[in-house]
Write a protein that binds this ligand. Structure first.
Ligand code: GLN
Length: 304
């Protein structure tokens, strides 16, 4: 049933008249072929079913924020919330306005400012190189110890062109909410965004959030619950309400067109389609998840 559903969804997506637009503010992403689509689903019984370009690598971008949040909650627990909030925002993922209104405390860990603070927290007592190695190690462990790598060209191009992120980092610094120099924290953040995975790997990496992983070492269950709540309310930025309405389970998107979505206790799902909607979330990825959710009855809001 799931296999046929994925085949049908892939066909629909390949024929979709509007695939959205690839992100063009990061030069490396502007070059990605928008005619790619992949989906992969890991189930509780250990099965993994995939379709499309599921072994093609793409950069995690903001999907990495789910992993760094998991690491930071594991290390600092509720202490993290002194520096970053847990509320959705109606402003864009790279908005400066929210920061100014809240005196430098970002609204949630999934907008850029919030994720920069989380990365800054992870840098405590470590060098950027050690921190990055820990992030890569965490993602590798979640996948099941496969080789993954950082696309250094991607990180370099963001470092040069990411003026909005620089402005967010400087604002955080001026508000005393950045412990390290802007270039250290941002350098680490740009590299975590440039970690490359394929759809099959990403679906496996999400198993600990779906409660499917036998590896209880990843993170305490109480943190998994918190991360899923935040993915539901904030994981798609100012499009999170729309995503919850249409798809009905938690997800974290990235501007490369990847989405990691979690059906608690049932499935960890990765989808990748590079074209984005107006909120900066994968256009076809969202539609594909919506179709999958309806076909399988996977919305957490379903009563039957
Ligand atoms: N690296 C990207 C940025 O900071 C991540 C944003 C995203 O995926 N939405 O702009």
């Amino acid at each position: 049933m799931l296999e046929q559903t994925l085949t049908r969804i892939e066909q629909d997506m390949r024929e979709a008249p509007d695939k959205g637009l690839v992100a063009n503010y990061i030069p490396e992403l502007a070059q990605v072929d928008p005619d790619q689509f992949a989906m992969s689903v890991c189930l509780a019984d250990g099965q993994q079913i995939s379709c499309g370009d599921s072994t093609t690598d793409f950069s995690l971008q903001s999907v990495s924020k789910a992993f760094t949040l998991a690491m930071a909650l594991g290390r600092f627990g509720n202490g993290l919330w002194g520096r970053v909030g847990r509320e959705p925002t109606s402003n864009a993922f790279n908005s400066v306005v929210d920061l100014e209104l809240a005196g430098g405390r970002p609204p949630n860990p999934f907008v850029n400012a919030g994720a920069i603070v989380v990365t800054d927290a992870l840098l405590a007592g470590r060098s950027p190189k050690e921190t990055l190695a820990e992030i890569v190690q965490f993602v590798k462990a979640a996948i099941g110890d496969e080789e993954i790598y950082i696309n250094h060209e991607m990180a370099r191009s963001e470092n040069i062109t990411g003026h909005r992120n620089w402005s967010l980092a400087h604002f955080l610094k001026s508000a005393d909410n950045l412990e390290h120099d802007c270039d250290l924290t941002l350098g680490t953040y740009f590299h975590q965004c440039a970690i490359e995975v394929n759809c099959q790997q990403l679906a496996r990496a999400g198993r600990f959030l779906a409660g499917l992983s036998s590896d209880d070492d990843m993170i305490a269950k109480r943190h998994v619950r918190s991360i899923n709540a935040l993915m539901m309310t904030c994981g798609h930025y100012n499009g999170s309400g729309e995503f919850a309405y249409r798809v009905g389970f938690p997800g974290k998107s990235g501007v490369s067109g990847g989405i990691l979505a979690i059906v608690p206790g049932i499935a960890s799902i990765a989808v990748w389609a590079p074209g984005l909607n107006s909120f900066g979330n994968s256009m076809l990825g969202t539609i594909a998840l919506e179709q999958l959710s309806h076909a399988m009855g996977w919305s957490v809001f379903e009563t039957t």
